[in-house]
Design a protein around this ligand. Sequence first.
Ligand code: NAP
Ligand code: MG
Length: 399
Amino acid sequence: MERIRMKNPVVEMDGDEMTRVLWAWIKEDLLEPFVELKTEYYDLGLVHRDETDDQVTIDAGAAIKKWRVGVKCATITPNQKRLEEYGLKRIWKSPNGTIRAILDGTVFRAPIVVEPIKPVVRNWEKPITIARHAYGDVYKGSEIRVPGEGRAELVFTGADGERKSKIIYDFEGPGILQGTFNKDSSIQSFARSCFEYALSTDQDLWFSTKDTISKTYDATFREIFENLYESAYRAAFEARGLRYFYTLIDDAVARVIRAKGGFVWACKNYDGDVMSDMISTAFGSLAMMTSVLVSPDGNYEYEAAHGTVTQHYYRYLEGCETSTNPTATIFAWSGALRKRGELDETPDLIDFANRLEAAVLETLTAGICTKDLAELYSSGVAVRSVSSKAFLAEIRKRL
Ligand code: NAP
Ligand code: MG
């Protein structure tokens, strides 16, 4: 059989533990037999990150900027325990954080929906994609434990020496204080990424904050979105019959639960952190969440939302067969190949990506799955949970 050719490469970022094992199997069983894979390979496995003093992660980020499409395997974010386990030179930063800083992107997370696996919320028919603004707010906040009576003030000193200040509170006893910030430039990038992503996936965009309470901070988020929509996106949205919809976060929560799905929900940093876990749990499993980082200038990095599935890897090392779910990692590849095909205008590659996803969904719809999903099927479906290798073979048959 003649294999599909690629015009330009995708940036391939290998990773760690069980997902590194799955990565090689997915390529061998599902990709290489059909596609003459053209990738620029970066080994982001922890051993190689340590050997290169993490330069490989920075190089991979630069490569995504060059080639515009990357696909990443899950990687270990080092901590003290990993430092000892791997004998690391130091505790390297999270690769995802490093790449996000290089691309200045927004992360979009969407569940993979399979007919016989019903979400907890029964009226959800289509996926809900969470767009999380992954910069600032409480994640870069400064806090003070107030020891006792005294005055708390908010002070800004301009580069020209001009001061603005406000009294926050006159404490009569001990308490707590928190200072947070964000930047117009970051919010604008976030807004642009959201509008672009909604258009490219043909979905409505929702955005929510608490601007009735936070009349400057959250209201600035709302205004930046509104201004960008009016100046750059309204025409494109209307031409496609799509809607940009702003509402308060509490109203959004109520509407999301009653909705049918099929839209992008843009959230501030903290809201996105919380809501993405709520959405993935309600849709079924972390192993069925895809994740794509989109930069405002149109670079895309695809990955699974889950980690390296460490416990399964230790069992694999002992020689046990594991039933680790490769679905989200396969969808990371299909997402990257589809985007490559769109940018290069190579319909065969787009077609392959669609067929690959269809083969996975068909396998799951037939009740053949990995162990994590077995319990989630609606009653009446004959479910057979198999090993990762056997699951890949079933997909291959259908592909
Ligand atoms: P995890 O690897 O996502 O695994 C957490 C648990 O979720 C697993 O123990 C497993 O449950 C279940 N699970 C997740 N993915 C699964 C899959 N594909 N198939 C079946 N079950 C799955 O998270 P973690 O244990 O917190 O982190 C492990 C390592 O991954 C850490 O070193 C962390 O730094 C890294 N991490 C990387 C990324 C990334 O690169 N994007 C994201 C998160 C975490 P059972 O054990 O009950 O079967
Ligand atoms: Mg979280």
